[in-house]
Design a protein around this ligand. Sequence first.
Ligand SMILES: Cc1cc2nc3c(=O)[nH]c(=O)nc-3n(C[C@H](O)[C@H](O)[C@H](O)COP(=O)(O)O)c2cc1C
Length: 243
Amino acid sequence: MNDMIHTLLAHRSIRKFTDDPIPDDHIEVATRAGQMASTSSAVQAYCAIRVTNPDSRRVIADLAGPQQKVADAPAFFVICGDARRHRLLCECAGQKYRQQLEGFLISVIDATLFAQNMVIAFESLGYGICYIGGIRNDLARVAEVLRLPIGVYPIFGLCVGKPAESPDERPRLPTPGVLFEDTYPTDEEVFAQIDAYDAAYAAYLAKRGASATGWSRAMVKKMDHASRLTLGPFYREQGADLD
Ligand SMILES: Cc1cc2nc3c(=O)[nH]c(=O)nc-3n(C[C@H](O)[C@H](O)[C@H](O)COP(=O)(O)O)c2cc1C
């Protein structure tokens, strides 16, 4: 155990923040920590757009749910896969930017590693965070508000601020349920891990005053239908080739 691992194990999503502002040097150092995440062949296909304009925040908060924390958090970022600079470089060199699904996937992976490193840096400085997938409800509007050019793919938002709540840890699958050796386990083994987890998850929800369904039921409810069907067309419009 060390301070870094302690920070990681203490993670909880924070959805209520104090009004304390975040000093610019904390934003800068967290971003720098984000930049030091590994990046496929150094492509650095990401950017973070800090949204300070209150009108823009309000629009994004509304389309994301609404989620009031997006409007209220001391800092809010939209994390994007970013192939813009690569496109411009190809253009200037008289070449066509030719990247298919691999290029898009790299930008999503790079942006996610960048964001998670930022998150860890923020958490180590005593801030709380909450990722906001809700922005994917209407990415066309997000792109309009932030004036995103072709090649920039918003993926998720990120709220940051001093925590004004201290939620319980949300339990995870048992570690042997996600760490396998040599081969993938049998379906029976997979089910055995889930059974053990369902009870712990239901107890966590009951303690929060939510209806105490197990994780299995929650997952089926979430995954028995498709959602956000505009994503494919949106990312294609933004210049991603998903083939
Ligand atoms: C990509 C991503 C998107 C998320 N989107 C939202 C969101 O829109 N609103 C929200 O309240 N929490 C959101 N979360 C937080 C998850 O619900 C949370 O991480 C998960 O339930 C585990 O809880 P914990 O982070 O407190 O351990 C998101 C998390 C991730 C990784």
